[in-house]
Ligand binder design. Structure first.
Ligand code: NDP
Length: 334
């Protein structure tokens, strides 16, 4: 089968790509420039790969030319969406690319992709969680209440969260209203750690969720753990990639969202794994950190991802070991 994968330069996409190629799919990735497209092709050699340039997913009809020149596709996996922490303009930087990018993919498939059977979208646990008022247990029935106005009023706190929940809602609404030729499955993954892209340009270009591990390896938390970002659930990027593949191929996954979250972590646990597995980095790590996983952390249920998608979650020890190993392999002078 043939798959269109958007946002091919991204961290999660790089693992989705590996997983798709290993499973024997032909893949076309989108990238924002020819240079990025060529870098992705280099990164998967000797696998065969082609790419199409989509400079800005927020532009009207951004994906049309991809379908017009590279079709037919059996599946589309839409991962492209901004995720960073220094927002200035929430509409330009988050809401437009997330929401218009998603509806743009849906419209292009409907108009120019009659062979597409399923679209898989990378949403987020950000579209599920409600930090102001946790339910008893989070699962796929939960929706973040964040609105467009919340993003405008508090861009740093709500810009990304709103972009994910509103983009996902727009996707479900499109499928419900337009009754297109394809169905939809959504991956709501939590905070993702894992090996970085093999051709990552710089340590600064590293995806946001791996910054915690990078910062620790660079000695930035030597004098104490980073108290920011209250995220305490995590998942290995290879589990996330497999979840995308299965959401694409398992027939009954269609029409579902999947909360893909492995387990809890604390920043101290990350430091402890690095200290144990990379003794030469020990003097860069916080010495007597207190475990920062709160006692009253929220509960979650990942049963659907295990039962329908068959995910067996990777351990934190393996994930952090492989993540640090990948950083040192690409940037020995980290
Ligand atoms: P990356 O930053 O590594 O990847 C984001 C991708 O989106 C890149 O390919 C980027 O292109 C592309 N992109 C962003 N804005 C645009 C735009 N306006 N036009 C075209 N392409 C654009 O992040 P991740 O791999 O972590 O994120 C991938 C997806 O996973 C996102 O949808 C994110 O919301 C979701 N997610 C991530 C989590 C995590 O912890 N990492 C957790 C839950 C969900 P370029 O490289 O050229 O900038």
């Amino acid at each position: 089968g043939r798959v269109l994968l958007t946002g091919g330069s991204g961290f999660i996409a790089s693992h989705v790509l590996d997983t798709l190629l290993d499973a024997g799919f032909q893949v076309v990735v989108t990238a924002r420039s020819e240079e990025k497209g060529e870098t992705i092709v280099e990164s998967v050699k000797p696998h065969q790969l082609s790419y199409a340039v989509v400079e800005d997913i927020a532009k009207e009809g951004a994906f049309d030319h991809v379908f017009q020149t590279q079709a037919p596709f059996d599946y589309v996996v839409h991962t492209a969406s901004p995720y960073h922490l220094n927002v200035q303009d929430p509409v330009k930087e988050f809401l437009d690319p997330a929401i218009k990018g998603t509806t743009g993919v849906l419209r292009s498939i409907k108009a120019h992709g009659p062979t597409v059977k399923r679209l898989v979208i990378t949403s987020s646990s950000a579209a599920i969680l409600n930090p102001g008022n946790h339910p008893e247990v989070y699962d796929e029935t939960c929706w973040a209440p964040t609105t467009y106005e919340d993003a405008i009023n508090h861009p740093a706190k709500n810009g990304y969260r709103a972009s994910k929940v509103l983009a996902e809602k727009a996707a479900w609404a499109f499928v419900e209203n337009e009754k297109p030729n394809f169905d939809l499955a959504v991956i709501n993954c939590t905070y993702v750690f894992g090996p970085i892209q093999r051709k990552l340009a710089s340590l600064e270009a590293m995806n946001t969720s791996n910054h915690r591990v990078r910062n620790m390896v660079q000695g930035k938390n030597k004098d104490g753990l980073d108290p920011t970002a209250p995220v305490f659930t995590w998942v290995d990027v290879r589990d996330v990639a497999l979840a995308h593949l299965r959401a694409m191929t398992v027939p009954k996954a269609g029409g579902n969202r999947f909360y893909v979250a492995g387990s809890y972590f604390s920043n101290k646990q990350i430091a402890d794994v690095i200290r144990e597995r990379f003794p030469s980095l020990a003097d860069r790590l916080p010495a007597d950190a207190v475990d920062d996983l709160p006692g009253d952390v929220f509960r979650f249920n990942n049963r659907k991802s295990r039962e329908v998608l068959g995910i067996e979650y990777t351990s934190l020890e393996k994930c952090i070991t492989d993540t640090v190993g990948s950083i040192l392999a690409v940037f020995p002078d980290v």
